[in-house]
Design a protein around this ligand. Structure first.
Ligand SMILES: *[C@@H]1O[C@H](CO)[C@@H](O)[C@H](O)[C@H]1NC(C)=O
Ligand SMILES: *[C@@H]1O[C@H](CO)[C@@H](O)[C@H](O)[C@H]1NC(C)=O
Ligand SMILES: *[C@@H]1O[C@H](CO)[C@@H](O)[C@H](O)[C@H]1NC(C)=O
Ligand SMILES: *[C@@H]1O[C@H](CO)[C@@H](O)[C@H](O)[C@H]1NC(C)=O
Ligand SMILES: *[C@@H]1O[C@H](CO)[C@@H](O)[C@H](O)[C@H]1NC(C)=O
Ligand SMILES: *[C@@H]1O[C@H](CO)[C@@H](O)[C@H](O)[C@H]1NC(C)=O
Length: 439
C-alpha cells in the first residue's frame, strides 16, 4: 500500500503538501467567459439581465439544433486517398508497408501536428458533448454508473463489467474480440480477459492512421473493503466509451483510418506492485500483438503486425478527482520519430485544452503545457509493455496521484463532476483532431 510501488525512479517524493500547493496554484486563474456571466447574474438580479441570459440561451440552443446531430452525417471523409497521393504528413505511405525481397521497408509513421487543433469546430464539439454529458454523470451516468462497482479479477461484478463494455462497444459499431488467458499469479491461477474493439472499415481498413484508446477495467483488491477505483480507472474507461459513442453518433466513415479500444484486465497487483505482479493484461496483449499480423491487412497482402499498426497509444489513468495536474511523462524513446509523435501528441492535447479554455468551453486548464518538465519521474503503467516495443505513447495520468489513490475513498462520492466533464470534452476533441475529422 505504498505509493512507491507504482511510481518508479521518482525523483521528488510526493507529499500531501506538495499536492495541495500544486492544485492551488494550477487552477485558480483569471476570469473566464462563463464565470463573468454567472457573476453578473448573482449581483444584478434585474429583469433585464435575466431576459438577456434567456435570449442568449435561446440562441445557444437554436444554434445547436441547427447542426442536426440527431441524424448521422455519414460523411465520407476527404483523405489523401488513394495511396499514391498520401504524404508523410497525412497518413502512412502505403508503399512502405510492403515486404520486398524478404526485407521490410520501414513504414512512415503519422506525426500529428499541433496546428491540427486550429481546424477543429469547437462550438460543434461542445454542443455534442454538452448534449451527452449526462452519460458521464457521477450519480446516474449510463456509461459511468455500471463501472462504479468493486470489480476485482474473478468476481461476478468483473464479468458483468466485461459484458457491459463489450455490448456498448458493439452498439457503437466496433468489432469486439477478446484476449482471454489464464496465468499464475502470486495468489494462484487467475483468468483474465482483455477487450479489443476495432472500428469496422471496408477494404482499406487500417491502412491510414490508427489511434488506440486504452484504460484498465479491473479494480484493486483491498483487504479493508470493497474498493471501487472510481478514478482507477472507471472514469477513464467511461471517457473512452464516450469518445467512441461520439464517433458512432456523428456517423463518420473513418477509413482508411481506424480507432481501436484496448480495455486491459489485471492492471492492479494482487499483492504488492512488482514487474511480475502487475500489468497482467497489457503484458500479455502487447506480446501477442507483436507477433499477430493485422487480419484486415494480411488479406490485402500487407505483412505488418498489430503493434506496427499503432500510430498512437493513448492511455488514460487516475482521472476524476478534483483539480488534477498533468505533465508530459511519456517514456523517452531512442527513436526520434516516436519521440516527436509523443511530444506532438501531448502538445496537441494541451493546445486543444487551451483553445477550449480561451473560448469559454472549459473553466480550467489541467495540462502543464511544457513538454520537457516532469517532477515525477517515470510512472509504471499499462503503456510499458508497448513502449518497450517502440509503440508511440501518450500517457495521461494525474501527477501527483489523487489523494484517494488506492483507498476506499476512491469512490463515486469523491468524484468531481467538473473534472469528468472536462476530460470527456477534451478527449473527444483530441480524437477528432488526431483523425482529422471535421464536423
Ligand atoms: C491523386 O493524384 C492524381 C495525380 O497527381 C490526381 O489526378 C488525383 O485527382 C488525385 N486524387 C486525389 C483523391 O487527390
Ligand atoms: C513512399 O515511400 C516510398 C518508399 O519508401 C518512396 O519512394 C515514395 O516517395 C513515398 N511516397 C510518398 C508520397 O511519400
Ligand atoms: C516528412 O515531412 C517533413 C516535412 O514536412 C520532412 O522534414 C521529413 O523529412 C519527412 N519525413 C519522411 C520520413 O519523409
Ligand atoms: C526486389 O529487389 C529488386 C532488386 O533490388 C527490385 O528490382 C525489386 O523491385 C524488388 N522487389 C520485388 C518485389 O522483387
Ligand atoms: C472471453 O471472456 C469474456 C469474459 O469472460 C467472455 O465474455 C468471452 O466470451 C470470452 N471470449 C472468448 C473468445 O473466449
Ligand atoms: C512476414 O513478416 C515476418 C516477420 O515479421 C516474416 O517472418 C514472414 O516471412 C513475412 N511473410 C511474408 C509473406 O512476407
Amino acid at each position: 500500500m505504498n505509493k512507491s510501488k507504482k511510481i518508479k525512479n521518482r525523483k521528488t517524493p510526493i507529499s500531501n503538501n506538495a499536492k495541495k500547493s500544486q492544485s492551488d496554484t494550477d487552477t485558480d486563474t483569471a476570469t473566464k467567459p462563463g464565470t463573468t456571466a454567472f457573476k453578473m447574474f448573482k449581483s444584478q438580479t434585474s429583469i433585464y439581465s435575466i431576459g438577456f441570459l434567456l435570449l442568449c440561451l435561446f440562441f445557444f440552443i437554436n444554434s445547436g439544433s441547427s447542426i442536426k446531430f440527431t441524424k448521422p452525417l455519414k460523411t465520407k471523409l476527404d483523405y489523401n486517398y488513394p495511396p499514391e497521393n498520401m504524404t508523410n504528413g497525412s497518413s502512412k505511405n502505403l508503399s512502405a508497408l510492403f515486404f520486398e525481397n524478404g526485407t521490410q521497408v520501414p513504414k512512415v509513421m503519422y506525426v500529428p501536428q499541433v496546428s491540427q487543433a486550429d481546424k477543429l469546430d469547437y462550438q460543434a464539439i461542445n454542443i455534442i458533448t454538452g448534449r451527452d454529458i449526462k452519460d458521464v454523470d457521477i450519480k446516474s451516468g449510463s456509461l459511468l454508473s455500471p463501472l462504479l462497482v468493486a470489480r476485482p479479477v474473478g468476481s461476478e461484478a468483473h464479468s458483468k463489467v466485461n459484458s457491459f463494455l463489450s455490448s456498448k462497444l458493439k452498439e457503437y459499431g466496433m468489432e469486439v474480440t477478446y484476449d482471454n488467458f489464464t496465468e499464475s499469479t502470486v495468489v494462484g491461477k487467475k483468468e483474465f480477459s482483455n477487450i479489443i474493439a476495432t472500428s469496422k472499415n471496408l477494404g482499406s481498413a487500417g491502412i491510414g492512421k490508427r489511434l488506440v484508446l486504452c484504460a484498465h477495467y479491473d479494480s484493486k483488491i483491498l483487504k479493508t473493503g470493497d474498493f471501487v477505483g472510481a478514478t482507477d480507472s472507471s472514469v477513464p474507461v467511461a471517457i473512452i466509451l464516450s469518445a467512441v459513442q461520439m464517433l458512432s453518433e456523428i456517423g463518420v466513415d473513418l477509413s482508411p483510418n481506424s480507432v481501436q479500444v484496448l480495455f486491459f484486465d489485471g492492471e492492479e497487483a494482487f499483492k504488492d506492485w512488482t514487474s511480475k505482479d502487475s500489468l497482467y493484461g497489457s503484458r500479455h496483449l502487447a506480446s501477442k500483438m507483436d507477433s499477430l499480423k493485422d487480419p484486415s491487412l494480411s488479406s490485402l497482402g500487407y505483412n505488418i503486425t498489430q503493434l506496427e499498426m499503432i500510430d498512437l497509444f493513448l492511455l488514460l489513468d487516475l482521472i476524476g478527482a478534483s483539480n488534477p495536474s498533468f505533465y508530459n511523462i511519456n517514456p523517452a524513446s531512442s527513436n526520434p520519430t516516436t519521440s516527436s509523435i509523443q511530444d506532438n501528441s501531448y502538445s496537441l492535447l494541451a493546445k486543444i485544452e487551451a483553445d477550449l479554455y480561451d473560448l469559454g468551453f472549459l473553466k480550467k486548464k489541467f495540462l502543464n503545457p511544457f513538454n520537457s518538465f516532469s517532477p515525477f519521474g517515470k510512472i509504471d503503467d499499462d503503456h510499458r509493455p508497448f513502449a518497450e516495443r517502440n509503440v508511440p505513447i501518450l500517457h495521461i495520468i494525474s501527477t501527483p496521484f489523487p489523494k484517494v489513490w488506492h483507498t476506499l475513498d476512491d469512490n463515486a462520492e469523491n468524484l468531481d463532476q467538473y473534472t469528468v466533464n472536462h476530460f470527456t470534452l477534451l478527449i473527444r476533441a483530441f480524437v477528432l483532431a488526431f483523425l482529422d475529422i471535421h464536423i
